[in-house]
Design a binder for this molecule. Structure first.
Ligand SMILES: Cc1ncc(COP(=O)(O)O)c(C=O)c1O
Length: 457
């Protein structure tokens, strides 16, 4: 009988030790970090599931490409490798490199948005929302109905609410909607995929109204693989063919190459619009750099050129999606409430359901993330009331899996820690803010326990 275990499709050539701490040390460290895991030194974290962004392991081919990096200021050969790899998959006329995704967002929205505008998205990521709001425009989330119900399983919970989109355009008028965004996969909405059918329909609505559609493409390869697994008509297509079709429905994209670019840094902005591209390149020169490097070294461009193609390898995607599901299914089977089904890059615990005694105003997601660190040195991140303020529709704790970094026994350990915290959940208390920045407050916020039960903390 053939073996069924989905294995890591690589072997490990270089290793990085991780460091154990005691519970007593972690109690001190957590207090010194004001209960905000962003403020912890990384070496005091055992398993770091804070983000899948820029934390992946690069392949031998990427490291080899790095040695070929051409560091010329203008007209670098590495830009040509980068642009041809991006165009091969994404197909857009203009490819503008940036140092990461949010720089692409800032440039795009500075050029396209102004006060009074409205930008719909299935769900805006925090940097996307902040960059839109910074221009004075409104960032509007339009997730489909299933996407708002964490425990309900649906193959494409990342879809946009099509009626909602039509209604918004009718209500505010086409002239106040400079563009529509679609985030694949929907990170803030549970890492859930968007179906090709939904992308096609959103695109048709946008074209009918003459509104450009931009994809927030960070996890385009994972989204493509979900279409292959779950969408009729796609099982025989390669992830690359699916990605190419997806991008044909858009007019451009923003991309953080720190995700499905398999790189530690980088991003880009694409568009088919010549006039916009010119304005974007002018802004790029002002703050990022010359258009053939855009804030990146030539070696970074080479790593991304290779990484984008590797992210579409089918054996890699099979392992990637299977290992995330492995974590999600093992904790869900024991009753831990998670966003169902598990996402592509992360498992999202529903902190409101996990800690029903802590109201959203006392940050149940932050409290749960802190407890996972105390219990087992695991770092995760809250996606909820601290991150989005009163706009938060859910309080989630995201366990994001870095690409090609942890093995199955690391994941087994994470499962054990989560189940231990699940058993103790009633003893966990809420938190209150003692400091917040004017925007993107979750990165630097300081918190303290609302009340400290005797003998605890
Ligand atoms: C959906 C989405 N969009 C945009 C970004 C921003 O990318 P970056 O962190 O490279 O600025 C992220 C990062 O996590 C993301 O997940």
């Amino acid at each position: 009988m053939p073996a069924h275990t989905v294995i890591e499709p690589f072997r490990i050539k270089s290793v990085e030790p991780i460091r154990w701490t005691t519970r007593a040390e972690r109690e001190l460290l957590l207090r010194a970090a004001y209960h905000n895991l962003f403020l912890l030194p990384a070496e005091d974290v055992l398993i770091d599931l804070l983000t899948d962004s820029g934390t992946g392991a690069m392949s031998t081919d990427q490291w080899a490409a790095i040695m070929r990096g051409d560091e010329s200021y203008a007209g670098s050969r590495s830009f040509d490798s980068f642009r041809s790899s991006v165009q091969d998959i994404f197909g857009y006329r203009h490819v503008i490199p940036t140092h990461q995704g949010r720089a692409a967002e800032r440039i795009l929205f500075s050029v396209m948005c102004k006060k009074g505008d409205v930008v719909p998205n299935n769900t805006h990521f925090d940097t996307t929302r902040a960059n839109i709001e910074f221009t004075g425009a409104e960032a509007l989330d339009l997730p489909c109905a299933e996407g708002r119900r964490p425990s309900e399983s649906h193959p494409f919970k990342g879809n946009m609410d099509l009626t909602g989109l039509e209604d918004v355009i009718a209500r505010v008028g086409r002239n106040r909607v400079p563009l529509v965004m679609l985030t694949v996969t929907n990170n803030s909405g549970g890492g859930q995929p968007v179906s090709m059918e939904n992308i096609r329909q959103v695109s048709a609505i946008c074209r009918r109204h003459g509104i450009p559609l931009y994809l927030d493409a960070c996890r385009f390869a994972e989204n493509s693989y979900f279409s292959k697994l779950r969408e009729p008509g796609y099982s025989r297509k390669s992830p690359k063919e699916i990605a190419q079709e997806m991008f044909r429905y858009g007019d451009g994209c923003t991309m953080s190459a720190k995700k499905d670019g398999m790189a530690n840094i980088g991003g880009f902005l694409c568009t088919n619009d010549d006039k916009l591209a010119q304005q974007e390149k002018d802004l790029l020169i002002l703050t990022e750099g010359y258009p053939t490097y855009g804030g990146l070294a030539g070696r970074d461009l080479e790593a991304i050129a290779v990484g984008l193609q590797e992210a579409l390898h089918e054996d890699y995607l099979e392992y990637r999606i299977a290992s995330t599901a492995y974590l999600g299914n093992h904790i869900a089977q024991q009753g831990v409430p998670i966003v169902q089904p598990p996402g592509g890059h992360a498992v999202y615990i529903d902190a409101r359901a996990f800690l029903p005694h802590i109201p959203p105003t006392e940050f149940p997601g932050v409290a749960l993330a802190a407890e996972l660190y105390l219990e087992g040195g695991i770092r995760s991140v809250e996606i909820g009331t601290l991150m989005f303020g009163p706009a938060a529709k859910m309080d989630l704790v995201r366990l994001a899996i870095p690409r090609r970094v942890y093995t199955q026994s690391h994941v087994d350990y994470v499962v054990e820690v989560i189940l231990e915290v699940w058993r103790k959940r009633e003893s966990i208390s809420g938190l209150k803010l003692t400091y917040e920045a004017p925007f993107l407050r979750h990165f630097t916020a300081r918190l303290e326990p609302c009340e400290v039960p005797v003998g605890k903390r």
